[in-house]
Design a protein around this ligand. Sequence first.
Ligand code: SF4
Length: 283
Amino acid sequence: MPFRYNHVSMTEPPSNTADTVTVEFTVGIGDGRFKATAIVPGGQTNLTQILPVLQSLDNSFIEGVTSQLADAGRFVSCKAGCGACCRQMVPLTIFEAEALATWIRTLPEARQQELAERFHQALLKISTAGLIDRMVDETWFLDNDTASKLSLDYLYARVPCPFLENESCSIHPIRPLVCREYLVTSAPEHCYDPAILQVDPVELPLRFSRILNAIGAELEHETRGWIPLLFLFAWMKADVHPGEAVAGAGPQVLYEFVKRIDQGKPVALRAQQSPENEPPAQD
Ligand code: SF4
């Protein structure tokens, strides 16, 4: 791995209640530093509501890493129109599930029904492939062999993500963090058959999706803190709001997220989960 995350810092959250607060965010990577500015609400918000800030920071961070990779002669081959990885199981953090649920409820009724039908059809195909029972088992991802086998079986079921349209992501600006963080430098066609062809993923030194997974797991006490994206419409029926558990003024909420990065091993917040046992899909 060429670049290692070594520390993160953020300007102290101010106590004022201005409409917006600008926060400086710095991550040390190897000998270099990644710096970004985040504008967060000054007033009351929660972890789900500041997802756009996290998405923007994640984008900037990924751009910084891929730019360093390009300087080293490695180029990302992912591009619009290639949806090979969109047949994988997507581990969606519960905060992103909440945000997507809120967004879906704002869509015209006809579009909501169209999406609900697509999710339903995709679930039927996954069920026909005999994968549903394995996916609902809360422990499958704790064992590497079981996780790898399920991930490959899921991919080879060739069920596209319901948000995939014309091989492009129809929710690109608000797509899950894990989708942003899955990039490869190998030939795109290799992603269709990773059991046979070598896939070279970009090894990001820091994954925002894992930090949200870890916070979700903390909240849910011993469950995984994420759901397979395909379960989104079923999850929506519970009408739960996990983001409210991490609420406060914008800078404080962002600081709750950044604090976990600064602890260095965000996945260790899960008692039974080691970094090697992270959700394998999109990884
Ligand atoms: S959300 Fe978008 S990027 Fe992620 S798997 Fe679905 S179509 Fe692909």
